[in-house]
Design a protein around this ligand. Structure first.
Ligand code: AGP
Length: 602
């Protein structure tokens, strides 16, 4: 989703901004822009589409004296992706970039328009710059004008503002959307995540909600509602883990292939010879806990659903799963005996973060399962388990889902150990299976070639149904989500046993059914469900270790002894199917239309 970068210092600013925005590119955007003030000259550039367009427009511009600079990649929320709607937004002598949503922007806009102020864009963000200038013109105090401005804003924001009336200062504020400040000698950086400033800044401060202030003369002055406050910088990692595509065509493809390797990282130090260990968890985490609630969005919600099956069946602890955007407004009844788990790849998903804050306000203990250390969700949680998948660039999540699911499987066994709801023999069986997971995730040339060949038969039709039972139902949901995200074809995930209660009405030869048919879990049941569809002429692609003569196409998997190994092996097949269909359709696999990697608005 939208990305922010800012810089105060003597270095060449255009390069810092454009390179920083490039690092944020994978999060999804549809336009970009930069604004720089140097030697009392304000310059700005905007372009729709890819960053190359902005690079082209700024080709002849350089800025190597002291100055201030802000940049932004925009993912459209209010108004189409046009140059006018791209950030930075201009007032008469100031520029602003903003992530988040200003909920009361219409009211503020109407008020300012009544005073004769003209708006150029359809965005909520533009109100910030006009509000600032209209206050400044009354009081001639730029910091007071900025403070008054942010006090008027309802909703979520991370914002940077620069103005010709204070040409050595960047004003900043954060509430609900992520923002951090990087330090390196006299150079000060701002960014919406740490990736663009790694190896530029050496120390970092992650702003808290409600904090705002300004940066000038190599210093940062910080405030919150109580007034000026001190802050402690942390060393910033130098490990960029900046993903390269290597020999792969797309990041998503590379990330599918990486899953076997990263799973080793996820398990390291946690899967021991005969027990599961999480050093990062407080020993008291489970004191007085009788049940678990997991909250997440999208793919992370699918791993949560999988985890709930495991937690109830193996750890014998009641577990409920909630979609974060629903949970926030349903006025849930929360009890202190519930452990509240959030799952998020990015750690910045606005709905999940807000759900976590709600649970904490209600006094619940919290745990996050996340791929990004120091992300907002990790910082907000009492406990965190990092999934260690490494940076995931493809918008369609693959290795993040795999590692989240693995963490939930390990966590289930950890809880089962604590609650003594598993025998040592059962635990050993689970651990033995777990150790085989990296092999189940291997992408062989044969498998990939088969899916490449098959994909050409699945480019039309009136829809896809991915069906499965038990943990293979969330896997079906995830398979369908992957396909629709990158192919733009309609796909649904459904519990196989539920098809006869309605969706079977759609069955004909143009309905593609991807049937997940594990041999170690309810094989006969799902077989009957698929037979019912086949009898109505649906086209069946069976993914199973067993032969199934009614299938039109078959992917024969290798593992048949443990449901989780079957799960991971089938997951790879569904990911490759989506990838190959998308490539054949000529789509942008890594940055599908309308999607953002990190959804920081609700
Ligand atoms: C995954 O392929 C999606 N792009 C999306 O559903 C994603 O999982 C969702 O937005 C939640 O993101 P998070 O895991 O970063 O919280």
């Amino acid at each position: 989703m939208c990305g922010i970068i800012g810089y105060v210092g003597k270095k060449e600013k255009k390069k810092i901004l454009l390179d920083g925005l490039q690092e944020l590119e994978y999060r999804g955007y549809d336009s970009a822009g930069i604004a720089i003030i140097e030697n009392q000259r304000l310059k700005h550039f905007k372009a729709i589409g890819k960053l190359e367009n902005l690079r082209e427009k700024t080709k002849k511009y350089e800025s190597s004296n002291f100055g201030i600079a802000i940049g932004h990649t925009r993912w459209a929320t209010h108004g189409k992706p046009t140059e006018l709607n791209a950030h930075p937004h201009l007032g008469k002598y100031s520029f602003v970039v903003h992530n988040g949503i200003i909920e009361n922007y219409q009211e503020i806009k109407a008020e300012l328009q009544n005073k004769g102020i003209t708006f150029l864009s359809q965005t909520d963000s533009e109100t910030i710059v006009h509000l600032f200038e209209s206050d400044y013109e009354k009081n001639r105090d730029s910091f007071q004008a900025f403070t008054n401005t942010i006090n008027r804003l309802d909703g979520a924001y991370a914002t940077l503002l620069i103005t010709e009336v204070e040409e050595e200062t960047i004003f900043f504020a954060k509430n609900g959307s992520p923002m951090l400040i990087g330090f390196s000698g006299e150079d000060i950086y701002f960014a919406s995540s740490d990736t663009p400033i790694i190896r530029k800044a050496t120390e970092v401060y992650y702003l808290e909600d409600g904090e705002y202030g300004y940066s000038k003369d190599g210093n940062v002055t910080l405030f919150n509602q109580e007034g000026e406050k001190s802050f402690i910088k942390k060393p910033l990692t130098t490990n960029k883990a900046s993903a390269q595509k290597d020999s792969f065509r797309f990041f998503m493809e590379k990330e599918i292939y990486e899953q076997g390797r990263v799973m080793g990282e996820t398990m390291m130090g946690r899967v021991l010879d005969n027990s599961i260990n999480f050093d990062e968890l407080e020993k008291s985490l489970f004191e007085n806990i009788t049940n678990i609630k997991i909250c997440a969005c999208g793919t992370s919600y699918h791993s949560a659903l999988t985890g709930a099956y495991l937690l109830e069946r193996i750890a014998k602890i009641p577990c409920q799963v909630e979609i974060a955007s629903e949970f926030r407004y349903k006025e849930p009844l929360l009890q202190a005996s519930t452990l509240f788990i959030t799952i998020s790849q990015s750690g910045e998903t606005a709905d999940t973060l807000e759900a976590l804050k709600m649970a904490k306000r209600a006094g619940l203990k919290s745990l996050s399962i996340c791929n990004v250390d120091n992300s907002s969700i990790v910082r907000e949680s009492d406990n965190a388990i990092l999934t260690r998948a490494g940076i995931e660039k493809g918008v369609a999540s693959t290795k993040a889902f795999a590692t989240q699911t693995m963490v939930l499987w390990m966590f289930t066994l950890y809880v089962a150990q604590l609650k003594k709801s598993i025998t040592q023999e059962q635990l050993q069986t689970e651990i033995n299976a777990m150790i085989h997971t990296p092999k189940a995730l291997l992408v062989t040339d044969k498998l990939h070639a088969k899916l490449h060949r098959l994909s050409k038969r699945y480019l039309h039709g009136h829809g896809f149904f991915f069906i499965g039972r038990d943990i293979f139902f969330p896997l079906a949901l995830e398979g369908a989500l992957k396909l629709k995200e990158i192919s733009y074809l309609h796909a649904e995930g459904y519990p196989a046993g539920e098809m006869k209660h309605g969706p079977i009405a759609l069955a004909d030869s143009e309905l593609f059914t991807i049937a997940l048919m594990p041999s170690s879990m309810q094989y006969e049941k799902i077989k009957s469900n698929v037979e019912e569809l086949s009898a109505r002429d649906a086209t069946i692609l069976a993914i199973s270790p067993k032969p199934f003569e009614l299938a039109d196409d078959c992917i024969r998997t290798k593992y048949s002894s443990h449901p989780m190994l079957e799960f991971f092996e089938m997951m790879v097949a569904t990911q490759l199917l989506a990838l190959e269909i998308s490539i054949r359709l000529g789509n942008d696999v890594d940055m599908p239309r309308n999607l953002a990697k990190s959804v920081t608005v609700e």
